[in-house]
Design a protein around this ligand. Structure first.
Ligand SMILES: Cc1ncc(COP(=O)(O)O)c(C=O)c1O
Length: 449
């Protein structure tokens, strides 16, 4: 009989470092080996407990191992359903589509079609771009500074972050980056309503300029709240303007709901805040109920591609469809969108109060449970807009102090100087208070280091 010798966090991390790719990312900020997880908590192999405010980069709407998710997965196993079906249909799949389509706004529901992708958010964004290019016969893509759409060649090409692009040659051509309404670091130096209006005006003028240098676009794509870009919510009026501008010019609008989707921002789909309907939107993360699943939902008018135009082996993950279906139902039945909004308000109010005592907090922002705190150097020279230089070193120190106190908090945004709160939607008020208290202690410690 072999005796299993338990390894420490450090031993497992050393093994990981030795064997895994240099491209690995999260273990660098969160040096632990996970043993088990439940709800918003995870426990490492040495028995230390952490609050998981990262939640699989916004994936775990119901937290870890929610009983209804486990039950749905167990049923798939119990019923001896095939775990892999390519894109051949099953009752589980049809039931998932019923639930998803019945959640769509009226007017879209009747016109919707769905493409199952394989199975990451990035692959579904690729599919959406191909769909729009095929339907329009055009090639230019309009995308936004600060946007994040994935790490494949194509999605990296339409994402803002320069760091991963610098060493990869030959990105997708005819990709055009437009100014996103980023209040704190407004590209027009204005911020607020005026900054957003200038962005919309600039884009509209650009599209009508016969010398803009941009051929008629196949699509415009954006996140309504830039996630990896630093939890930057676009103003509702700006979202409406983008819909008007694209509609008037016959440009398909693709909304990337990979991170915002399924209740996180306070509506089931984040575009609902603006009362608009895109031509296509992409879901992944929460829609798989913790498992890999991604889809493009789109207006049937775009359905011009040929059989097999977007294939992929892993498009039939029955477990993910069952878990996703159960998650979607639970989010709706328990009005978790509204709960996310309420919990998000508590976060932003408390963080804004902290900002009064800590000038190192340059900005607090978000929508629902997508919240960002931008860390700055208040002794630096302010921009014309009044924003201070980013302070990535302090951001890392706060993140590490949080981790040492048992809080896993993601960073992101320009210069990696935004700390992001992305907890599961089931978080309670008491847990929010607990997170805020840890964050406050970590901030105080990091500032005085
Ligand atoms: C808005 C958005 N789009 C696309 C993606 C890419 O998804 P995936 O990592 O599953 O490819 C992400 C991932 O974080 C995302 O946040």
């Amino acid at each position: 009989m072999s005796v299993q010798i338990k390894k420490s966090n450090q031993e497992l991390l050393n093994q990981q470092e030795k064997r895994e790719s240099n491209a690995r990312s999260y273990p660098r900020s969160f040096p632990l080996a996970i043993k088990e997880a439940e709800g918003i908590y995870i426990t490492d192999v040495e028995g230390n407990s952490y609050i998981d405010c990262l939640a699989g980069a916004g994936t775990l709407a119901l937290g870890h191992n929610h009983p209804i998710v486990i039950e749905a997965m167990e049923k798939v196993l119990h019923d001896r359903l095939p775990l892999h079906t390519l894109d051949i249909t099953t009752e589980v799949k049809e039931s998932f589509v019923d639930e998803l389509f019945s959640s769509l706004p009226e007017g879209f529901r009747e016109r919707a079609k769905i493409q199952f992708c394989g199975p990451t958010g990035g692959d579904a964004i690729e599919a959406a771009l191909k769909l729009a290019k095929t339907a329009t016969g055009r090639q230019s893509i309009l995308t936004f500074q600060g946007g994040y759409h994935g790490a494949t060649h194509g999605t990296m090409s339409i994402s803002g972050n320069l760091a991963p692009k610098k060493r990869v040659q030959g990105l997708v051509p005819d990709t055009h980056f437009l100014p996103y309404p980023y209040d704190y670091r407004c590209p027009f130096g204005k911020g607020g309503k005026e900054g957003a209006e200038l962005s919309a005006m600039y884009i509209e003028q650009l599209l009508d300029d016969p010398e803009s240098g941009i051929l008629p676009p196949a699509a415009m794509i954006f996140e309504t709240v830039q996630g990896e870009g630093g939890a930057i919510p676009a103003p509702i009026e700006w979202l409406k303007e983008m819909r008007r501008i694209t509609k008037e010019r016959g440009i398909p609008l693709i909304i990337d709901e990979v991170q915002t989707g399924i209740g996180r921002t306070g509506e089931l789909f984040s575009f609902e805040h603006a009362g608009i309907v895109p031509d296509a939107f992409v879901l992944s993360k929460a829609i798989g109920g913790s498992l890999p699943l991604s889809v493009v939902v789109y207006d049937r008018e775009l359905d011009a591609w040929e059989p097999g135009a977007h294939i992929g082996t892993f498009r039939g993950n029955q477990m993910a469809m069952a878990a996703g279906n159960a998650t979607l139902k639970y989010v709706k039945e328990h009005q978790l969108s509204k709960h996310a909004e309420a919990m998000g308000d508590i976060f932003t109010q408390a963080l804004t109060k902290m900002q009064n005592h800590y000038p190192q907090i340059g900005d607090v922002r978000g929508r629902g449970l997508m919240i960002g705190v931008e860390i700055v150097d208040p002794s630096g020279k302010p921009s014309v807009r009044g924003s201070y230089p980013a302070n990535p070193e302090l951001t890392s120190r706060i993140q590490r102090e949080c981790f040492d106190r048992g809080l896993i908090l993601e960073d992101g945004g320009r210069y990696g100087a935004v700390l992001r709160f992305l907890p599961p939607l089931i978080i309670t008020e008491k847990q929010v208070d607990e997170i805020l208290s840890i964050f406050h202690d970590a901030l105080a410690a990091a500032v005085s280091e």
